[in-house]
Design a protein around this ligand. Structure first.
Ligand code: FES
Ligand SMILES: [Fe+2]
Length: 365
């Protein structure tokens, strides 16, 4: 189906949008990114995910595991203790837990009640990410598995990853990456992409919201030209798209085509990107990203790419945190109605998709 947009500005109350509300707007029955693979090792990684204290580590066999980071004895974070073999020893009174969360030892007594332990959480590792499921086990089989990102396994591609914590509701980031008309303002001095003015086409297929934008013979921004090693301003056809695949993940890409080819005889270039957001709580998120391309793949170029992305994404972080602060003090209301324009179509459709995720969860609670 195509989600058309009107031509004008309109207002609406959209309850699923990020707001001052503390009412949960993230589904528990969904796979979320817990960490980048490289972050999970033989030291304990503590993270709050979906208002849940989570402890991640890698077993001696190399498997990423996740258990609740809260000792049931006196509520001490287990991450304050130590990892011995595949067992976590609480730093307060030494209770010991295996990688499945079962308590295996209480130093002050010989008996360990069989039911004593912490929750363990299903984990799927698909590099570059470790995914976690924090919902009820009964629903797990019905939840779509984390999507594969083919380009991370494509030998033509190199990619970089990053992570930042943002003081904002996770949907603010989703809406940011679904409306790239912000390029010319937020990233004017960094990415320098100034041709994204018109709203993209938006389609909704099942729960996946996709925007597409085609640029014809558009002069290459320096940020693109550098990696292709062609002069800035070289005209290229460019197809951009991005898909809200689930509340946890947005994936997208750019395909470049120059019919007359560049000096290296090459006319096609590809960029792929994904944005994974995991709520810490209603006002904070972990933001994980991966960015790959099939050109400019030397280690030096990739290091430079990572630095450039971090600079640009920190610009998004600053805006999102300012918006969150504003919404906290002056939320959308009758007197401050939210305003939507055509370029918000993908973001509004993503909210509706999220509403359906939440409704499904409600029905089965
Ligand atoms: S609080 Fe963990 S052993 Fe007492
Ligand atoms: Fe941005």
């Amino acid at each position: 189906m195509t989600a058309g947009g009107g031509t004008g500005v309109h207002t609406m109350n959209d309850e699923s949008g990020p707001s001052r509300s503390d009412i949960r707007n993230y589904p528990l029955r969904c796979w979320w990114v817990a960490a980048r693979s490289e972050e999970v090792g033989r030291s304990m990684l503590a993270r709050w995910l979906l208002d849940t204290p989570v402890l991640l580590f890698r077993t001696l066999a190399g498997n990423a595991v996740a258990i609740e980071n809260r000792c049931p004895h006196r509520a001490t974070p287990l991450s304050l203790g130590r990892l011995e073999g595949d067992e976590v020893i609480c730093g307060y009174h030494g209770f010991q837990y295996d990688s499945g969360g079962r308590c295996t030892k209480i130093p002050s007594q010989s008996h360990v009640p069989p039911s004593f332990g912490v929750r363990s959480f299903p984990v799927i590792e698909r590099p570059p990410f470790v995914w976690i499921y924090l919902g009820d086990r009964e629903s797990l089989a019905a939840i779509p598995e984390p999507p594969r990102l083919d380009w991370t396994e494509d030998p033509d591609f190199s990619y970089v990853t990053g992570h930042m914590t943002i003081a904002g509701n996770y949907m603010l980031l989703k809406e940011n990456v679904l409306d790239l008309t912000h390029f010319g303002y937020v990233h004017a001095g960094t990415f320098g992409i100034s041709d994204w003015v018109n709203p993209p086409e938006v389609s909704v297929d099942d729960e996946v919201v996709t925007y597409r934008q085609a640029f014809t013979d558009s002069p290459l921004a320096p940020v693109y030209a550098l990696a292709m090693e062609v002069p800035s301003g070289t005209p290229f056809n460019r197809n951009n798209w991005g898909s809200f695949l689930s509340p946890a993940l947005q994936s997208g890409g750019v395909d470049f085509k120059n019919a007359s080819k560049d000096s290296a005889g090459r006319g096609n270039y590809r960029i792929r990107v994904c944005h994974a957001t995991t709520p810490i709580d209603m006002h904070h998120m972990e933001y994980f990203w991966a960015f790959g391309r099939d050109h400019g793949t030397s280690p030096e170029m990739m290091t430079q790419l990572r630095g450039g992305i971090m600079t640009g994404f920190n610009e998004d972080k600053a805006i999102i945190e300012a918006v969150q602060q504003m919404l906290h003090r002056v939320p959308f209301s009758e007197s401050h109605k939210e305003v939507h324009v055509r370029a918000d179509t993908a973001g509004v459709q993503a909210r509706r998709s999220l509403e359906r995720w939440m409704a499904r969860e409600e029905r089965r609670t």
